[in-house]
Ligand binder design. Structure first.
Ligand code: DGT
Ligand code: CA
Ligand code: CA
Ligand code: ZN
Length: 577
């Protein structure tokens, strides 16, 4: 039986939820699987340990029934309800739902009426005009779906970093521990910290390639060997992700790691520069073109040094200026997880969070934080029980008590909702009583760019709005960003002293790397928070840090890389005019 880890279990629970939705199950039933999947993914302990100790129900949202289902997956790869569902509906249908323009109902119709079970089938049906001919579809819907397929092929089929990175680290650790392995590290987009990845690349140094290839084919998480040669093996894993394992000689390690970390664009530019120096860079080393002599290969630092460059952190390797900066010796000192002194975005049971103030504080203490901003939803978001004044007084009183006990300081904060006009909840005299206010858009998809932009600009003019939360509202693989003039947003943020957030929740990572660089260029400050709806989700900060690094973010510009008094002094509300 192949081994399942937390993301692999979460993937099956998500598939179950999607199949239930396609099957027309009621909302609570399929949402309960999505919620459990989220929680399993975020849970810091290994699912197998929990199962062995019969503690699966420790995970929030996992009751007796779900616990039994998870135990069944661990034992035999499936569970009764999943078997029933997949007897009726092929599990590949869930990929259809990820195509923008195709929801659960359309997926069902496409399957029932046209026998479409995959994105490839869908593409064929579109080409034959069968989709447009379906009742309730028509030419416009068909064109919309065709556009959706292009977007799906570019983004939708990719995995979240938070699912891929732990798996990549596990595979690397497993291979590194082999007696025949000298070293093993994740490479590719995972090493670059990209928010979504196509596949996982792991590089191994060894003098016994066949032993490494054998180990790669028999990794405990393998469900299928896609291809296996002398130096490269590709396998499919229980999480559905492809893993490519490559093996190189130990003295080629640096050159191979440089090559397979990519990005392809970075490598192309590196090779151009090398050529100008009379050098040739391959996955085997840096060579002099005239004599063929190898000048560097064993470490990445040696490879870049041979080209007269500093070694760019992997997150920067996108040919977006890092090569010029590395050549000039001016690479920035990027933020690291160790720089983070607190988390500026989390929810509690007072609104739609699953953990109490106490549990969140305990987690902040465990992570070594100095402070934690409690940012439940404000009144305007009534659908999630947004807080009224009485609720706030109650929460503040409890925060005072908890702060009196020492440990990480809980900050009285809120996630305000930016309304259609750009106004936020509560009158100024209430807003003035918070330590920090985040304000976020929770609506506006499909609005003209000017409307969304002016809502954000207006919100930033409010002197009590310290931070704009998840500025574009994107949900990776599910929801496009709100159309905004980000140059104007970043300029306004800098002008008003409003920080822009990196929401570190794995499917948000919003601001993105590109927008972060824009924000920095305008001189805006950055704030980081996990948007945890469960205390364990505060572990997501590492993905926010990856994104920050990809955006060239330094600790200086990051609010929560500063000690509490300095951080507070940097807030808009505390600026002296
Ligand atoms: P992904 O998997 O789509 O998220 O992105 P990567 O960057 O991990 O791409 P992948 O897995 O195809 O290849 C890993 C790295 O290996 C890539 O970043 C650069 C290098 N590489 C692989 N094949 C090629 C190639 O044909 N040309 C170039 N220039 N580089 C390649
Ligand atoms: Ca890859
Ligand atoms: Ca690959
Ligand atoms: Zn939030």
């Amino acid at each position: 039986m192949p081994e399942y880890d937390n993301p692999a279990i979460a993937a099956i629970l998500d598939t179950t939820a999607d199949l239930l939705e396609i099957a027309g199950a009621d909302r609570f039933r399929f949402l309960s699987y999505h919620k459990a999947a989220h929680a399993v993914r975020a849970w810091p302990e290994d699912i197998n340990t929990l199962a062995t100790e019969e503690r699966l129900t420790d995970i929030p949202g996992v009751g007796k029934k779900l616990a039994a289902n998870i135990a069944s997956i661990l034992a035999r790869g499936s569970f009764a309800e999943f078997d029933e569902l997949t007897a009726e509906l092929p599990p590949t249908l869930v990929a259809l739902m990820q195509v923008p323009g195709v929801g659960p109902k359309k997926a069902r119709t496409l399957y029932d009426r046209l026998g479409v079970t995959s994105v490839d089938d869908l593409e064929a049906a579109l080409a034959e005009g069968k989709v447009a001919a379906l009742q309730g579809f028509g030419d416009r819907t068909a064109a919309n779906i065709a556009a959706g397929i292009i977007s799906y092929r570019t983004f939708g089929a990719r995995a979240l970093l938070a699912d891929a990175l732990p798996l990549a680290e596990k595979v690397a650790a497993y291979l590194r521990a082999l007696p025949s392995a000298v070293s093993a590290e994740p490479a590719g987009s995972v090493r670059r910290g990209k928010e979504t990845v196509g596949d996982i690349d792991v590089l191994v140094a060894s003098l016994d390639p066949s032993a490494i290839m054998e180990a790669a084919r028999t990794l405990p998480i393998v469900t299928r060997v896609i291809a296996s040669g002398e130096t490269k093996t590709s396998v499919e894993t229980t999480a559905g992700l492809q893993v490519d394992v490559r093996v190189v000689a130990p003295d080629e390690w640096g050159a191979a790691l440089q090559y397979f970390t990519g990005s392809a664009e970075h490598n192309v530019r590196v090779r151009e520069i090398a050529k100008g120096l009379g050098l040739k860079v391959t996955e085997y080393g840096v060579f002099r073109i005239d004599t063929g002599e190898r000048c560097a290969s064993d470490t990445e630092e040696a490879v870049y040094a041979a080209l007269g460059m500093q070694t760019p952190p992997p997150e920067l390797r996108e040919n977006a200026g890092e090569i010029e900066s590395a050549t000039a010796g001016t690479l920035p000192k990027l933020i690291t997880l160790a720089d983070i002194r607190g988390d500026l975005h989390c929810h509690t049971t007072a609104t739609d969070g699953k953990s109490t103030l106490e549990a969140n504080k305990a987690k902040a203490a465990e992570l070594g934080y100095e402070y934690l901003a409690i940012t439940d939803h404000a009144w305007g978001l009534r659908m999630v029980g947004g807080l009224d004044l009485d609720d706030l007084e109650r929460q503040w009183a409890r925060i005072d008590e908890l702060n009196a006990e020492g440990g990480p300081v809980l900050l009285k904060s809120i996630e305000l909702n930016i309304d259609e006009k750009g106004e936020v909840d509560y009158p100024d005299e209430v807003l003035a009583r918070f330590d920090i206010c985040i304000a976020s858009l929770h609506s506006g998809w499909g609005q003209p760019r000017e409307v969304g932009t002016s809502r954000l600009l207006r919100a930033m003019e409010n002197r009590f709005v310290d931070i704009i939360g998840h500025p574009t509202g994107r949900i990776l693989r599910r929801r496009e960003p709100i159309d905004l003039d980000m140059e104007a947003v970043c300029a306004k943020a800098a002008e008003t002293g409003t920080a822009l957030e990196i929401d570190a929740y794995p499917d948000r990572l919003d601001l993105s790397d590109v927008h972060l660089r824009m924000a920095l260029r305008h001189g805006a400050r950055i704030s980081m928070g996990c948007d945890a709806h469960e205390a364990s989700q505060m572990h997501f900060m590492r993905y926010g840090v990856s994104t920050a690094r990809r955006g060239w973010v330094t600790p200086e510009v990051t609010l929560n890389a500063h000690p509490l008094p300095e951080m507070l002094a940097l807030l808009k509300r505390n600026r002296t005019a």
